[in-house]
Each structure stands twice: as C-alpha cells, then as structure tokens.
Write a protein that binds this ligand. Structure first.
Ligand code: NAD
Ligand code: DAU
Length: 348
C-alpha cells in the first residue's frame, strides 16, 4: 500500500510518519511537505534513510504538481495533516489560512477523487482536523461528534470549511473518507509559538511568560504520541464516512497549566522554587479567544478501544526533558523569521 502523509515534517505529522514507517515495513510512506516555517526535516532525521520512506518537498496548493504526484505514486490512502495551524497567525494573515487549509485541501481531494473515481474499493481519504471547528464551550458540556460547527477564528473557520468539503466529496462522489477532530496536542517537536513550547523556551531564557487575558481559558491537552496512535487506529479500523473526536480527558485552565509547568521547570533547571512563576506576565487578550474546549472521546474509546496512555504530568515531564536535551533544535527554529514573528506578536 502506498500512503501519502501531508504535513509530515510538522509537529503531529512527524510523529505520524515515524509511527507508520516503523510499524508497517510493507507500506510505502510518502511525506509531502512544503517546509514552511513550521516544517522541519530535523524532526525525521532518525528515519530519513528507511527504505519504505520517501520525502517530497511541495505545496498542496500547486494543482499541476499534486496531480502529477498522484499519477506517479497512485496513493491508495491519504492522511492529510498539512495546514497553517496557529490561531494567532490566522488573525494577522487570514488569507494564508484559506489558501493552504481550504484551497490546498481541495486540490488534494480532487487529485484523490480523479485518480480513483471509477473504483474507490479499499481506498481512504483521512482528514485530520481540530476541535476548534465546534467553537467555544461555556463552563460545562463537552464537544461530541454531533455538536454543530461554530468556528470563531480564521484558523478554525478554514479548518471547518475543509471538513465540509471532505464530507461533501464523500456524499457527492462516494469518496471514502474519515475525519477526526482532536483537542490541543503537546510534546516533542512542537514549534515554540504554541503555549507549552513557547513557555518552556521563555523559561529557559528567563523571558516573560505572556498569559493572554486573565488566563482563565480552558484547553483539553493530549500527548502527541497518543494522537499518532489514535490516527493509526482510525486509519486501519475506523468506519467509512464517520467522524471521531479525539481528546485527552484532561482539561486545564491556562494559568493552572502554566503554574504546573513553572514548578516542573524550576526542578529540572535546579532553580529556586517560584523563580519561573515570577516570569508570568498578563498581556492583551487574543481577539475572539475561545473560552473552553473539551472533548467527549467516548466514541473512539468504545468503538476502537483507544484511550490516552500517559498522564499529563508524565507527558509534560517527557516534553520538558526533550526540549532541554534538544537545544540545537530549539536554537535552529528560533533564529531568523521567529524573531520578527515574536516581536510583532508580543511587542504591545
Ligand atoms: P504544524 O504547523 O506543526 O505543521 C504543519 C505542517 O504542514 C508543516 O510541516 C508545514 O511545512 C506543512 N505545510 C503548511 N502549509 C503547507 C502547504 N501549503 N503545502 C504543504 N505543506 C504545508 O501543525 P500541527 O500542529 O502538526 O498540526 C497538523 C494538523 O493537525 C493540522 O491540520 C492541524 O489543523 C491539526 N490539529 C492540530 C492540533 C494541535 O494541537 N497542534 C490539534 C488538532 C488538530
Ligand atoms: O484545540 C486544537 C487546537 O489547539 C489546534 O487545532 C491548533 O492547531 C493548536 O494551535 C491549538 O490551538 P490553541 O489556540 O488552543 O493553542 P495555543 O497553544 O496557541 O494556545 C493555547 C491557550 O494558551 C489558548 O487559550 C491561548 C493561550 N496562550 C497562547 C499563547 C501562544 C497564551 O495565553 N499566551 C500565548 O502566548
């Protein structure tokens, strides 16, 4: 079986690529990635010479290139992760999100549909999406697979749009598909623009920790390797034309999470208790900031037997250790463009 994984040089994608390459020697895994600021081949150094793995640099919005790629490799399965993924960047540059997340998904969908339209047997288009498409919860309740879409940011609106197109291709052309909507991931290789790696990097460098608003926003955190395991399970055993929600059963208010992170970092860095907490700085809120996300992951649990394998404390511990022992990685991704992004995002 030849499988296309898009966005495989990014955070979640690199964990999915590694899992597939290592677990399935009989699958040929093709990783297609444009290597934007978020894509990094250092994430896949350990598997780059495996015989069942091919990396292709390319942009999912480039229709001619994508059609040729599908003709060449005849992908029977697609796991589509390539996207612009950061909410703050989507507020500054929404069109970039429409281009990659909506148009790019359309280009991949079309190529897959045109290749197999006469016989979709044993084919699958797997679209990796987010819980943010459901909008924001109040203090109670959970997102289920039947919760209405209600996106609030340009990022989540672009992901919602791509989900709709995937579903529409399933209904209109009979294309086999599955969508998963997952909560906040954390772990090794996450670009330090997202809350946890940004704050780890700032603590290492004794820089302020910019908490948006009052910090009383809630997210449901999942260790990235557990997400990769869920994706593998759904790809092999999930039901055609279904959606599965994936979450960590692990809600944290931002400010409580940040304080836990600060305590763990003080210990790891042998700094006096309380030193990292002193770096907490409340800053201007994110516009349209969703109050709370929390996933009801009972469907994937009951139907496929999936559940997270690590506690948050264990996952955070592994994550911090990884960042502390991969200073080169952190240094490479925080030089250059990162500095001007940081200035623009946090200078007021
Ligand atoms: P990421 O930003 O770390 O990686 C995205 C990857 O896509 C990068 O390697 C980048 O180079 C590539 N890419 C971007 N534009 C491209 C283009 N035009 N053509 C080809 N490649 C391109 O993102 P991530 O956090 O790993 O998220 C991966 C997917 O999972 C996204 O679809 C995201 O919406 C979804 N998701 C993320 C989370 C999370 O917490 N990070 C949670 C749920 C769902
Ligand atoms: O829920 C899934 C989504 O989780 C994914 O689809 C997105 O790709 C991913 O980026 C993530 O979105 P969030 O906006 O929830 O993640 P982020 O790490 O940017 O922010 C987490 C929370 O922390 C959020 O309430 C905003 C807050 N925050 C974030 C940053 C970067 C801060 O308080 N300060 C910050 O500097």
């Amino acid at each position: 079986m030849t499988i296309l994984i898009t966005g495989g040089a990014g955070f979640i994608g690199s964990h999915v690529v590694r899992l597939f390459v290592e677990t399935y020697p009989n699958y040929h895994i093709v990783n297609l990635d444009a290597l934007t600021y978020a894509g990094n081949l250092e994430n896949l150094k350990d598997i780059e010479y495996k015989s069942n793995y091919t990396f292709v640099k390319g942009d999912i919005t480039d229709e001619g290139f994508i059609n040729d790629l599908f003709e060449k490799y005849k992908f029977e399965g697609v796991i589509h992760l390539a996207a612009e993924s950061h909410v703050d960047r989507s507020i500054k540059d929404p069109l970039a999100f429409v281009k990659t997340n909506v148009i790019g998904t359309m280009v991949i969908l079309n190529a897959f549909k045109n290749l197999w339209k006469n016989n979709f047997d044993n084919k699958l288009f797997y679209h990796v999406s987010t819980d943010e498409v459901y909008g924001s919860l109040g203090q109670t309740g959970l997102f289920s697979e039947t919760t209405s879409y209600d996106p609030n940011s340009p990022y989540s609106a672009s992901k919602a749009s791509s989900d709709h197109f995937v579903r529409a291709y399933g209904e209109t052309y009979g294309m086999p598909y599955i969508i998963t909507n997952c909560s906040n991931n954390y772990g090794q290789n996450q670009f330090p623009e997202k809350l946890i790696p940004l704050f780890i990097n700032n603590i290492i460098n004794n820089k302020p920790l910019p908490v948006y608003g009052d910090g009383n926003y809630t997210r449901d955190w999942l260790y990235v390797k557990d997400h990769a395991v869920a994706i593998d399970l759904v790809f092999r055993k999930g039901k055609n034309h279904e959606t599965y929600n994936i979450g960590g059963f692990n809600e944290w208010k931002n400010i409580d999470l940040v304080k836990l992170l600060c305590r763990q970092m003080d210990e790891k860095l042998n700094r006096p208790k309380g030193s990292s907490e002193k770096l907490i700085t409340y800053v201007k809120d994110r516009p349209g900031h969703d109050l709370r996300y929390a996933i009801d992951a009972s469907k994937i649990n009951k139907e496929l037997g999936w559940k997270p394998s690590v506690t948050f404390e264990e996952g955070l511990d592994k994550t911090i250790d990884w960042y502390l022992s991969n200073e080169d990685w952190l240094h490479h991704v925080t030089s250059g463009e990162y500095q001007s992004y940081y200035e623009k995002q946090y200078s007021h």
